[in-house]
Design a protein. Sequence first.
Length: 62
Amino acid sequence: MAKGTPSMGKKNKKTHIRCRRCGKNTYHVRKKVCASCGFGRSSKLRRYSWQNKKPTTRQRLV
């Protein structure tokens, strides 16, 4: 299969549907996990420390 125009016609399946918990279109149908809030993986909301900007040393001292 070529990687150009013919391949683009194959993209007709829905990978993600609307999530029951967060309402975003990020619930993976086959994995049964929401990419945004983590619904289906755990009862806690998905969040990581790198999502927030950490204060620099100077900002902490002031």
